[in-house]
Design a protein around this ligand. Structure first.
Ligand code: NAI
Ligand code: MG
Length: 324
C-alpha cells in the first residue's frame, strides 16, 4: 500500500533539509505518494495566512507529515499541525554519535514531551500595558495518555519524570502523580527529578538518565539543552505522535544565519524521516537510514556546524550511497 506523505518544507533551511530527506526516502524501495503544501512566514506574506486551510486538512488526513521549520510564525504553524494529528507526545531523542565532537559523548537520552498543554495551551493575556498573564493547563487525561505511551516506549528500562511539583503543586503535582500512577499500574520503573536540578545533573553526567518524561515547556527547553551536549541542533529529530498519524520534524528552526547557503546539516531531518518510517511500520528501512546517517556522521563528510566544509547535498548523497 502506498503511504501518503504530506511534505511541508516551510521557511529558511526547511527548504533545504526537507528536500534532502525526500531524496533519501526516494532512494528506498518503498512507494510513497508525496504531496507538498505551504506553511510559514513566506506563505503568510503572500496570502495573509501562515497555515492555509488546505495544509491543515492535508496534514489531518495524510498517513504522516514531514515538516521543516517556520520562522516568526512557528507557533501559528506547528501548534495547529500537532493538534491536526491529535499529537499527545513529542518524542525527542538526543544521542551523541561517534565521529561528532560532543560536549558529553556518553549522552543517549530520549525526551517524551507532553505535546498539547502546559504553558503552551494558548491561554495568555495582556491585562494592561504593564501586566500580562498566562494560564498553565495540566489535565489528568493528557498526563495519562503521555504516561501510557512512556510505559510502552520504556517498558523495560523505565523512565524519569522531570517536574517542578514542589512549586507548581497543582499542575505539576497532577502531572507527576498521574504519570507515576500509570507507571505503577504497568509495573514500569519510574523515578522523579526536579527539572531545574535535572538541567545540572544532565550536563554533569547524562549517563544517569535514559528516557525522560516532561511537561511541554520543560521538554522543549531540556531537549535543546541536550542538543548542546551532543553537538548541536542540526542533529536532533523529533516525532509528534498521535493515535493514528504523526508529524515528523527536526527540532531546529529556520536557521536564518545560514539559510540559502546550502550548508545546513540535514541529519536532524533525515533522522526525523527515519522516525516517520518506523511509525509507518517500515522498521528495516528506518534502521537502514539511521545506520547510513550514523556512518556518515562517523566518517564524514560533515557540514560546517560539525566542523566540516561539505554542503547539504554532499552529506545527503553520502547517506544515499551508503543505502545502496
Ligand atoms: P534555529 O534552530 O533556527 O537556529 C539556532 C542555531 O542553530 C543557529 O546558529 C543555526 O544556524 C543553528 N542550526 C540550526 N539548525 C541547523 C542545521 N540543520 N544545520 C546547521 N546549523 C543549524 O533557532 P533560532 O535561531 O532560535 O530561530 C530561528 C527561527 O526559527 C525563528 O524565527 C524561530 O521562531 C524559528 N523556529 C522554528 C521552529 C519550528 O518551526 N519548529 C523551532 C525553533 C525555532
Ligand atoms: Mg524548541
Amino acid at each position: 500500500m502506498t503511504d501518503e506523505i504530506v511534505v511541508v518544507p516551510g521557511d529558511g533551511i526547511g527548504q533545504e533539509v526537507v528536500p534532502a530527506a525526500i531524496d533519501v526516502l526516494e532512494a528506498l524501495d518503498i512507494e510513497f505518494a508525496f504531496r507538498e503544501v505551504d506553511a510559514g512566514d513566506a506563505v503568510k506574506e503572500a496570502t495573509g495566512e501562515a497555515l492555509p486551510k488546505e495544509t491543515r486538512e492535508a496534514v489531518a488526513s495524510a498517513d504522516a507529515t514531514l515538516f521543516g521549520a517556520a520562522g516568526e510564525t512557528a507557533a501559528d504553524v506547528i501548534l495547529p499541525l500537532r493538534r491536526a494529528v491529535d499529537s499527545f507526545v513529542n518524542v525527542r531523542p538526543a544521542r551523541a554519535y561517534p565521529g561528532v565532537d560532543a560536549l558529553r559523548p556518553e549522552t543517549d537520552l530520549v525526551f517524551l514531551r507532553e505535546n498539547t498543554e502546559g504553558v503552551y495551551a494558548g491561554h495568555e493575556a495582556r491585562l494592561t500595558d504593564d501586566v500580562s498573564t498566562l494560564t498553565r493547563v495540566v489535565t489528568k487525561n493528557a498526563s495519562q495518555r503521555l504516561a501510557e505511551y512512556a510505559c510502552e516506549y520504556a517498558a523495560e528500562e523505565g523512565f524519569t519524570v522531570a517536574h517542578k511539583a514542589n512549586v507548581m503543586r497543582e499542575t505539576d503535582g497532577l502531572f507527576r502523580d498521574t504519570v507515576l500512577e500509570v507507571a505503577d499500574e504497568h509495573d514500569v520503573p519510574a523515578d522523579t527529578v526536579l527539572m531545574d536540578a535535572f538541567a545540572t545533573h544532565v550536563c554533569l553526567d547524562p549517563s544517569q538518565f535514559d528516557v525522560v518524561v516532561c511537561p511541554n515547556l520543560a521538554g522543549d527547553v531540556l531537549s535543546d539543552l541536550a542538543a548542546g551536549l551532543v553537538g548541536g541542533l542540526g542533529l536532533l529529530p523529533s516525532a509528534n505522535v498521535g493515535p493514528e498519524r504523526g508529524v515528523f520534524e527536526p527540532v531546529h528552526g529556520t536557521a536564518p544565519d545560514i539559510a540559502g547557503q546550502g550548508v545546513a546539516n540535514p541529519t536532524a531531518a533525515l533522522l526525523s524521516a527515519a522516525m516517520m518510517l518506523e511509525f509507518l511500520g517500515h522498521e528495516s528501512e528506518a534502521e537502514a537510514v539511521e545506520t547510513a546517517v550514523e556512518g556518515v556522521l562517523s566518517d564524514g563528510p560533515h557540514t560546517p556546524d560539525l566542523g566540516g566544509s561539505a554542503s547539504t547535498a554532499e552529506v545527503t548523497h553520502a547517506v544515499i550511497d551508503r543505502l545502496s
